[in-house]
Design a protein around this ligand. Structure first.
Ligand code: IYR
Length: 223
């Protein structure tokens, strides 16, 4: 028997319609203040906060409740330096030919380039790994399901939880990112998924002027 062969009563919290709307509005207002930050301060962040943020991420629903994720929190300066160097090596190739002209043009408003100082400045790099499969103690492989969907949801919760805690994040996609498996000595069943620097914005941090799509551009309703 596993822990989910048993059913228990759901503790569901109901709110009045007015309260529901007010809560939904307040939550949206909070999430709408989240911005991706690329300039971090080196101010430390207590590990206890990162731990709670990862706890929140790990509440995500997952295929057959396999929870196919591992979060590696890197605060060690030497390890961050090695990650920065490897990431920049790949990005130099990306920016000088591996990315299409259209891609480079699309990135111009964000001012990104192959330099990734935030990989050293941010106090924490949370590297999200997806677990493609599990190995039991006899070395038998066991499947995970909807791994990308599950880990994507968990990462979304991680970003929301960090923001809620008062921290800034960057959803970073070094590519290719196999160097992270090696640098962090991860087992074969784990594949790097995203790299999330977490910390405080640098003094005077600027972000691109962006607008979010209007509701009518993202929502189709069939009543
Ligand atoms: N991985 C590169 C390029 C990059 C791609 C997209 I799409 C972005 O939204 C941002 C960056 C880099 O990190 O610079």
């Amino acid at each position: 028997m596993t822990d989910h062969d048993t059913f228990v009563p759901l503790h569901f919290k109901r709110h009045s319609p007015e309260e529901m709307l007010a809560r939904a509005q307040a939550f949206h207002a909070e999430l709408d203040r989240r911005r991706t930050v690329r300039q971090f301060s080196d101010e430390p962040v207590p590990l206890a906060v990162i731990e709670e943020v990862v706890r929140s991420a790990s509440t995500a629903p997952s295929g057959a409740h396999k929870q196919p994720w591992t979060f590696v929190a890197v605060g060690n300066p030497e390890l961050k330096r090695r990650i920065r160097e490897a990431a920049e090596e790949e990005e130099r190739i990306n920016y000088s030919g591996r990315m299409s002209d259209e891609w480079l043009e699309d990135l111009k408003p964000f001012g990104t380039d192959a330099n990734k100082p935030f990989l050293e400045t941010a106090p924490w790099l949370v590297v999200v790994f997806k677990r493609a499969f599990e190995l039991d103690s006899d070395g038998h492989k066991h499947q995970n399901y909807y791994v990308n969907e599950s880990v994507g949801i968990a990462t979304g919760l991680l970003l929301a939880a960090a923001h809620h805690a008062g921290l800034a994040t960057l959803t970073h996609t070094p590519s290719p990112m196999n160097f992270l498996s090696k640098a962090l000595n991860r087992p074969d069943n784990e594949r790097p998924y995203l790299l999330i620097p977490i910390g405080f914005p640098a003094e005077g941090c600027q972000v691109p002027l962006l607008t979010r799509k209007r509701l009518d551009q993202v929502l189709v309703v069939h009543k």
